[in-house]
Design a protein around this ligand. Structure first.
Ligand code: ADP
Length: 170
């Protein structure tokens, strides 16, 4: 299948796509950063649905409705906490993107937006995280039938530049 990869700077809660991805924690009960922003914007019904899911393992993903968000669905995926890169962090981060793409393929959607998973409080180095995000998404595109637009929604210009550069350099 074909797909388009795009980089935008902004707040993921405002992006009008079919699915937004949440850099969640393993409880799925909300937190700071992008997780807090998504729960605030979606409203309390999101937390109520998340309570029924029984948490989620690092590197796995679960899908819910998006309630008051412009998106239709939210995929919640807990990224790894970065220690030194020798504790499976790259593989776990790749797994977050892969599992999210698998769930998106099941829903047969046209668009999905990802935040820079694990690169905030979980401290994954941004350049390496961008490489993993882009290569994993590219290789997962063939799971999806039809065209899928994938948006990397960066919260800072700095992150967006890293993504643009990584996309250009393959
Ligand atoms: P993690 O715990 O996975 O590191 P964080 O939420 O701390 O998650 O950070 C992940 C990324 O999300 C960071 O790049 C941060 O700047 C970004 N971020 C924070 N709020 C938003 C938002 N509203 N929209 C998009 N990205 C956001």
């Amino acid at each position: 299948m074909s797909g388009e990869l795009r980089v935008v700077v902004g707040d993921i809660t405002k992006v009008a796509v079919d699915i937004i991805v949440n850099a969640a924690n393993t409880t799925l009960l909300g937190g700071g950063g992008v997780d807090g922003a998504i729960h605030r914007a979606a409203g309390p019904e999101l937390l109520a649905e998340c309570r029924t899911l029984g948490g989620c393992a690092t590197g796995d993903a679960k899908i819910t409705k998006a309630y008051r968000l412009p998106a239709r669905w939210v995929i919640h995926t807990p990224g790894p906490v970065y220690r030194d890169g020798q504790h499976g962090e790259p593989e776990l981060l790749a797994s977050c993107y892969r599992r999210a793409m698998e769930l998106a393929a099941e829903k047969q959607v046209k668009s999905i937006a990802f935040p820079c998973i694990s690169t905030g409080v979980y401290r994954f180095p941004a350049e390496n995280a961008a490489k993993i995000a882009i290569s994993t998404v590219k290789s997962a595109l063939d799971l999806c039938s039809g065209d899928l637009t994938v948006i990397f929604c960066c919260f800072s210009e700095k992150d967006a530049k890293i993504y643009e550069k990584t996309l250009k350099n393959g």
